[in-house]
Write a protein that binds this ligand. Structure first.
Ligand code: IVH
Length: 666
């Protein structure tokens, strides 16, 4: 077989496996086998660059090429839908359609997905373009980003698709991905996405498609457009699209009567709560395309469709007080303190008010009865005030002018919604927050020092900043209430071991705004030591991959503050690492320290010698035969039967290539 033939065979197989895994949820090979095929394809493509194809399964990982999005005019405008929250308006829609058509008709009912809409163009069965809705007339060409979405086919399966067509749908961020992303952002002091919809559209607009690829977006398709569609029915067309590899909701349903439609609505209102993605209503569409044409369009939306939106669950309760929380980066968040109220299965006592603009827009007064909703958002929010029940007007809520914790006048950065307390060096919650961040697992990993101990040491003036950790007197610890000898010893030894933490994690531990784990790694690898970083210029910083002006400014600002530079000096004197380890530069680590590893079988991602080398470079020992002191077996395909038997007898674990590479963070 020529490389060309093998490449096309692999591409075809991988497209099918992708579809089985992501669309059908029914993989027929192991992840390991999938990765081996993908790796083989990657190697063949690298060796044969003239066979490059933007729709190859290898392109799903994205690239970090930065470019402005090109604006593209939609061939068919992307219209919106008429909205309603009431069943009686659904009945009116049904009646209007019945009268206008004056013949039998069916309504296709579907879930309304709450993400960001996308229009995909396919030519000869291949994805050629993906454009956002934009203003409905023209949108952004986000093809590179969309190629990373595993549920969107790059090359179609089956047959019968038009030579050229468009298909539209919704790009979504599943709830679990959304929650993970926000947790990560919170730990880096970044603003959170309010809901999965914003997260999905924000992600689609990222310049770096490799970051998009990591965000695990999903997509449901719900509208096929073109000159030669397979059927006259919308439902049938989407079933055909499903057979070409698109993800089409299996909850679609054709209804004849209004009763059937209402039943569908009620059924979906329950079902949607169990779905992995956000939905906010039902879309009703006249099924026949011929009848759709007959009904036509108004200026903004089709007359043949309507959206029924679910009422977000809402409660009314009294606003007692607005308090303010100061985070470790100084952002001040207003919090509404409410009379406890039951909402979607939990008791709500507090709700985030996000920022000053929102308070102003709501015209909030203390004592107001407010509406609290948990819609697409996880944290409940206040959506309005019940003005009819405002009897005695309390004080209007004014955003605090000074930091509630240290009294410093707050500042508001031009173009940003948040207020900050600029007193980064003396504001107690910022200082405590910084210490908690410094000792956290991903930073210096001093897990023996919990928030309560930090609070006590801070209150006693024994711990004012992170450098104080290294001069703390063990006897001071002993005098703390509820502190035993053992716990004090653990704290002392935890602090001592933190001196071995590599530079990149120290950099993360410093708590520079926007410098999360990954950014810290990039900075460490680019500058090698703190002195080079401290004297870096805007240009040098922004030259680094994925470091934009926002992060660069935060770094420059951090080191412009004298007390931060002093802090670095005090930490340096204490022995904290401010230089990258040669090992890190050369790919050496101690991740496999003390482990005896047996290699057996045939590998597809790296050669056996490469694995040997990796074991040694990462502090492990490569041994020839399995014994009870073997830590694990790095097992490839066709592992020798005697080794396998011995491993089973001794209970030695088998680790495949991928798991092994994961261990080494590769
Ligand atoms: S059909 C001309 N079907 O809702 C009709 N839209 O306000 C085109 N949406 O922009 C849209 N789920 O982003 C349709 N099953 C569904 C939908 C859906 C979500 C979104 C879409 C559209 C908006 C309409």
């Amino acid at each position: 077989m020529t490389p060309e033939e093998r490449i096309s065979e692999l591409r075809e197989q991988l497209h099918q496996h992708n579809y089985n895994y992501y669309v059908l949820n029914n993989p027929t090979i192991s992840d390991f086998e999938f990765d081996s095929l993908l790796r083989e394809l990657q190697q063949l493509e690298e060796a044969n660059p003239h066979l490059y194809d933007a729709n190859s399964p290898t392109q799903r990982v994205g690239s970090d090429i930065t470019k402005e999005f090109r604006q593209v005019a939609h061939k068919y405008p992307m219209l919106s839908l008429g909205n309603t929250y009431s069943k009686s308006e659904v009945a009116e829609f049904y009646e209007r359609v019945r009268r206008a058509l004056n013949e039998d008709f069916e309504i296709c009912c579907e879930l309304k997905f709450d993400g960001t809409s996308i229009s995909l163009t396919y030519v000869d069965g291949k994805l050629v373009q993906a454009v956002t809705r934009g203003d409905g007339e023209k949108g952004d060409d986000v093809t590179a980003n969309v190629r990373t979405i595993r549920t969107i086919p790059l090359v179609l399966k089956g047959s019968g698709y038009p030579q050229e067509f468009e298909i539209r749908g919704e790009v979504l961020m599943p709830w679990n991905v959304f929650e993970r992303l926000n947790t990560e952002r919170a730990s880096q002091g970044e603003t959170l996405f309010a809901n999965p919809r914003n997260a999905a559209s924000g992600t689609l607009k990222l310049q770096d498609s490799s970051v998009v690829a990591q965000r695990c977006l999903d997509a449901y398709l719900y509208y096929l457009l073109g000159e030669e569609l397979p059927a006259d029915g919308h439902y049938d067309n989407l079933q055909a699209a499903a057979s070409w590899g698109f993800k089409v909701a299996d909850t679609m349903c054709r209804c004849k009567t209004l009763e059937e439609i209402f039943e569908y609505i009620d059924r979906m209102d329950t079902l949607r709560k169990t779905l992995p993605v956000a939905t906010d209503g039902i879309v009703l569409k006249v099924d026949s395309l011929r009848q759709q044409r007959h009904l036509g369009y108004t200026a903004k939306s089709p007359r043949w469709a309507i959206a029924y939106k679910f009422q977000a669950e809402r409660a009314v309760t009294r606003l007692n007080e607005v308090t303010y929380q100061v985070g470790r980066t100084g952002v001040v968040t207003p919090v509404a303190n409410l009379d406890p109220v039951q909402l979607s299965g939990t008791i709500v006592k507090r709700a985030s008010l996000h920022n000053a603009d929102i308070i102003e827009k709501l015209d909030l007064h203390i004592g107001d009865f407010v509406y609290v909703e948990k819609g697409g958002e996880i944290i409940p929010k206040i959506t309005g005030v019940d003005l009819d029940s405002r009897l005695l007007v309390g004080d209007k809520v004014q955003f605090v002018k000074n930091c509630p914790e240290c009294g410093t006048p707050l500042i508001r950065v031009e173009g940003e919604a948040a207020h900050y307390c600029p007193n980064t060096t003396n504001c107690p919650p910022q200082l405590k927050g910084k210490i908690e961040h410094f000792v956290s697992r991903e930073a210096m990993n001093i897990d023996s020092l919990g928030p309560e101990t930090i609070e006590m040491l801070f209150a006693l003036g024994l711990l004012k900043d992170v450098a104080d950790l290294y001069t703390i007197d063990p006897s001071d610890l002993m005098f703390l209430p509820r502190m035993g000898v053992k716990s004090a010893e653990n704290i002392v030894s935890g602090i001592a071991s933190s001196l071995a933490v590599p530079f990149e994690r120290v950099l993360f531990a410093l708590g520079i705004r926007f410098v999360g784990v990954t950014v810290a790694k990039r900075l460490a690898r680019a500058f090698h030591n703190i002195d080079a970083l401290m004297s870096a210029t805007m240009e040098q910083l922004t030259e680094i991959d994925e470091i934009g002006e926002r992060i660069a400014t935060a770094v420059l600002q951090f080191f412009a503050i004298e007390s931060n530079r002093n802090l670095v000096e005090r930490l340096r004197t204490a022995g904290v690492k401010f230089v990258i380890d040669d090992e890190v530069l050369q790919g050496r680590t101690q991740l496999l320290k003390g482990q005896s590893i047996v290699i057996s079988g045939v590998f597809s991602l790296h050669s056996r010698d490469e694995y040997k080398d990796m074991i040694e470079k990462n502090g492990g020992k490569n041994v020839g035969s399995v014994s009870k002191s073997t830590s694990f077996i790095l097992a490839g395909e066709n592992m020798g039967p005697s080794k396998l038997e011995k491993a089973q007898k001794l209970g030695v674990r088998l680790v495949d290539e991928n798991e092994f590479l994961n261990m080494l963070n590769k």
